[in-house]
Design a protein around this ligand. Structure first.
Ligand SMILES: *Cc1c(COP(=O)(O)O)cnc(C)c1O
Length: 391
């Protein structure tokens, strides 16, 4: 029997309704609880564990880094920070990297970088346009640009000057633009918001509008980036480039780390010494994880693998949607897909847990599938068996 450890007994603030499972160990794409029960993992710690669990090379690197040096602060250069920055620059095609400790913190930095850019140019611009159903994090700045009223309401007043547009509606973005707009922030594929993909027309249109109006475009790639859509970063498949992008989740394979990246154009006229900082950001341990993660991604051609398995997952989910009247539609691409279900998603998810399958929900009653990127076809088949039982 699983031990349900109540938050109060553990002394935790009750901010989560956790599943009644205590996870202990992971191996490949499986997790094991304290009772020894095995779970096929299609949640990956919320799209974090791209390499799955127990990657030998990553473990070895981290152990060596612990022995060598874990923290220095940003007052000095360290052994792995430059390596990690170089790796992220290479795969993101952006020019400058600032390391953070989480996605939220990367979003905060991106918002500050955008405001500083406008300030330095003397434009008087400070407003942000964000999307409905977006998710950018839980700090006051990040939640201010998050398009979910329930997340914002108890913490009002929010950051002034945030306007929301309808995702995938260029007209709606146009309506929100004024001479105070400093940046548009969006996820090329909304994860938490229900697995909603930006259309080609929308991404190109936002880029064009931003260029015309002198507004910066910020892409939040925290969940959809790092190979998950079958492109290294989702914006890359649209042929448009943001001025600022944020990443986190899978870039450290489980070590808490995030980053925001700037193009040279923005970097030249944005944050300067004294403007922004973080004690841990870019620490040698986190950066060793990032550098090694990127190295493995490139060598193992994981992005190609995601494309291949993603097509298989899509086909299988389309079949399920056609066959099963409890499934309304399939959404997403690569290894970030979802199915909108008729029953309450949470019911299906709880049943799946009993079946030994870890899945999570997204808005709009969607079951979100964000497995480790190293899954094979056989794991997709196994997931479907269990999912059908749960449905
Ligand atoms: C998870 C997530 C965040 C917040 O990242 P944290 O590491 O939890 O702070 C921001 N944006 C998106 C798109 C996310 O999926």
């Amino acid at each position: 029997m699983n031990t349900y450890m109540e938050e109060t007994n553990l002394g935790l603030v009750h901010t989560y309704n956790r599943f009644p499972v205590v996870l202990k160990r992971g191996s490949g794409v499986y997790l094991f609880d304290t009772e020894g029960k095995k779970y096929l993992d299609f949640a990956a710690g919320i799209a974090v564990c791209g390499l799955g669990y127990g990657n030998e090379e990553l473990k070895e690197t981290l152990k060596e880094q612990v022995d060598c040096l874990m923290h220095t602060s940003n007052l000095y250069y360290n052994t792995t920070c430059g390596k990690a920055a170089g790796a992220l620059k290479r795969i993101s095609k952006m020019d400058r990297i600032f390391f953070t400790n989480s996605g939220t913190e990367a979003v905060e930095g991106a918002l500050k970088a955008a405001r500083k850019y406008a300030w330095k140019k003397g434009t008087g611009r400070y407003e942000f346009i964000a999307m409905e159903n977006s998710f950018h994090g839980r700090s006051i700045g990040a939640v201010s640009v998050t398009g979910n009223k329930a997340y914002r309401k108890p913490f009002e007043p929010m950051l002034p000057g945030v306007r929301f547009a309808v995702f995938n509606s260029l007209d709606s973005v146009k309506e929100q633009i004024n001479d105070k707009t400093c940046a548009v922030i969006l996820e090329p594929l909304q994860g938490e918001g229900g697995i909603n993909q930006a259309s080609q027309e929308f991404m190109e249109g936002v880029r064009r509008l931003c260029d015309e109006e002198g507004i910066l475009m910020i892409c939040d790639e925290i969940q959809c980036g790092m190979g998950r859509t079958g492109a290294m970063f989702a914006w890359q498949s649209y042929g448009v480039k943001p001025d600022i992008m944020v990443m986190a989740k899978a870039i450290g394979s489980g070590v808490p780390v995030g980053a925001f990246a700037l193009t040279e154009k923005v970097a030249q006229d944005s944050l300067e010494p004294g403007d922004h900082g973080t004690t841990y950001g870019g620490n040698p341990f986190a950066c060793a994880a990032v550098a090694k993660t990127v190295e493995i991604f490139e060598r193992e051609k994981l992005v190609d693998h995601v494309q291949e398995i993603g097509i298989y997952l899509k086909e299988k989910l389309d079949e399920l949607t056609a066959e099963h009247n409890g499934v309304i539609e399939r959404r997403g691409i690569g290894l970030i897909q979802g199915i909108k279900v008729k029953k309450p998603a949470q019911e299906v998810i709880n049943k799946a847990l009993e079946e030994g399958l870890l899945i999570i929900s997204a808005r709009d009653n969607v079951i979100r599938l964000v497995p480790p990127l190293v899954i094979e076809k056989e794991h997709v088949d196994e997931m479907l068996e269990k999912l059908k039982c749960a449905l």
